[in-house]
Design a protein around this ligand. Sequence first.
Ligand SMILES: Cc1cc2nc3c(=O)[nH]c(=O)nc-3n(C[C@H](O)[C@H](O)[C@H](O)COP(=O)(O)OP(=O)(O)OC[C@H]3O[C@@H](n4cnc5c(N)ncnc54)[C@H](O)[C@@H]3O)c2cc1C
Length: 346
Amino acid sequence: MLPGHVQAGPEDTVGEDLRRGVGVTGEAGERRPLGHCDGAHSTVRRLAGISAHRTVHPYDVLSVDARIDAGPQQPWSHWGRDGMVLLLPFGDGRWRLVLYPYRQLATGGTPGAADDTGPAEELLRRITGRDLALGEVEWISHYRCEHRHAARYRHHRVVLAGDAAHVHPPTGGQGLNTGIADAMSLGWRLAAAVADPAHDRLLDAYAEERRRAACRVMRLTGAMLRFNATPALWGHALRVAGLGVARLPPVRRRLAAALAGLPGSGASTGARVRSGARAPDVPLLPTPRSPHRRLFEALRTGHHVHLLPVCGTPDPRAATSALPLLTVRTDAYRQAHVVRPDGHFL
Ligand SMILES: Cc1cc2nc3c(=O)[nH]c(=O)nc-3n(C[C@H](O)[C@H](O)[C@H](O)COP(=O)(O)OP(=O)(O)OC[C@H]3O[C@@H](n4cnc5c(N)ncnc54)[C@H](O)[C@@H]3O)c2cc1C
């Protein structure tokens, strides 16, 4: 969303500003596409008439960021008969406590409105049998887990990104990463489409590619939610077995890549390069025109990067690049490839 275009405020005002500023409802002469990331309750999504499929899960979460002085030294998790607890350190004495009670929360107040740690301490005691005094509280939030997914990410000039397009349970902490990856993928496409409407199809490709990526996140968060929070005895047995399997190095690596939103990342340079896959950070051979020593360094220019092997022929797609192209030399590949500014193969 461009700053200044949409103002927070009463809904009518927002609608009016949208009409004047962004022209969602059709301002004459305004044709440029715009990216919108106005969060889970996106006004833009609603005004653009993009529907969102919503599933609410029967699981509550209570999250607290607080100081814990006499707590564990390491990240800590516990699955009990009454729920699950995660304790994650920020590294400066502050911790995030995440509680999944298996029965609906009865905190008796407005969730997140107060700094009353009583319900969290009580839940912690009930689930773990352990007393932990929470110190200075920064933030408390109590919410019901849900999936919400926009039916499409593009409608004419409106292109959605972040929580405006997809919301999912916090399992795996993937919300922010997924939104940032949307922004990385959308930024250069918008720049190209605004500069030359002939590149408009890049936005359709964004909508398709990022919706597919969000579907993967939806599936993973849903599976992890059920894994974490199924109260039945079989759920507990599955967790004991599953946690054992998750400690195996290959499973751990795959899970880490999936949680980082980078499935298939780390593929060796010998592997077949797949269009749309994340490119690994390969070494480059610096030249007077391109002093960069690594691919990720070259990508910071915001250009498409044409990886040209020492004895190879250029990638024909380099000639039709939508954005400025930076040609670099490498001996990491036998064939030439083009890497998009968002770090994925063209
Ligand atoms: C309780 C909770 C815990 C979370 N924990 C994690 C976690 O541990 N890890 C993780 O990765 N993710 C987490 N998330 C998810 C993460 O916060 C979101 O995925 C992320 O913030 C989405 O970013 P966004 O920019 O798309 O939307 P938002 O962060 O919601 O930003 C939208 C912005 O648009 C503005 N806006 C909205 N409407 C208008 C308007 N009409 N005019 C002008 N401005 C407007 C809002 O003020 C806001 O600044 C959590 C979310 C919640 C609710």
